[in-house]
Design a protein around this ligand. Structure first.
Ligand SMILES: [Zn+2]
Length: 147
């Protein structure tokens, strides 16, 4: 994607800075897959990865593929460029997405919602993850607005 596209927050980080616990997420993201750790004890998806399940305190997890779709849980439209480099980018939408396949607690991720009219985005709208690799170990995560 171009460096400065209206509505698309530019890539500002090129490395994942992953540790042992988060590396599987970024490895899959570079491959275009959205995965998450699911507790072997109770099935809760714990994202971001943590040493303990917040439901049952289990310490054993299995990484599972998620469908990559989700629902807008909340969002904001950024209209003021907080940095001169964002002059051509505003307005853009930043949202918290409740991910499909994470029933129960409902794991959420934050990201730029793209391919939308910022004034048309609503809580409950459907989105689909887009993963853009920017290096060998990092991919930018955005959500395409499906309406
Ligand atoms: Zn659990």
């Amino acid at each position: 994607m171009a460096e400065h596209t209206q509505g698309v927050y530019p890539v500002s980080v090129k490395e994942s800075f992953a540790d042992e616990r988060t590396k599987p997420f970024w490895t899959a993201a570079v491959e275009g897959r959205l995965i998450a750790p699911r507790c072997d004890g109770c099935g809760t998806v714990v994202l971001p990865p943590k040493p303990y399940c917040f439901e049952c305190l289990g310490q054993s997890f299995t990484w599972v593929d998620l469908p990559g779709t989700g629902t807008v849980y909340t969002f904001t439209v950024v209209r003021h460029p907080l940095h001169p480099g964002l002059q051509d980018v505003v307005p853009y939408v930043s949202g918290v997405i409740e991910l499909d396949g994470t029933q129960g607690a409902g794991a959420r991720l934050m990201g730029n919602i793209v391919d939308c009219d910022p004034d048309a985005v609503r809580i409950g709208d459907r989105v689909e993850v887009e993963l853009e690799p920017v290096s060998d170990d990092y991919a930018v995560l955005r959500f395409k607005h499906l309406g």
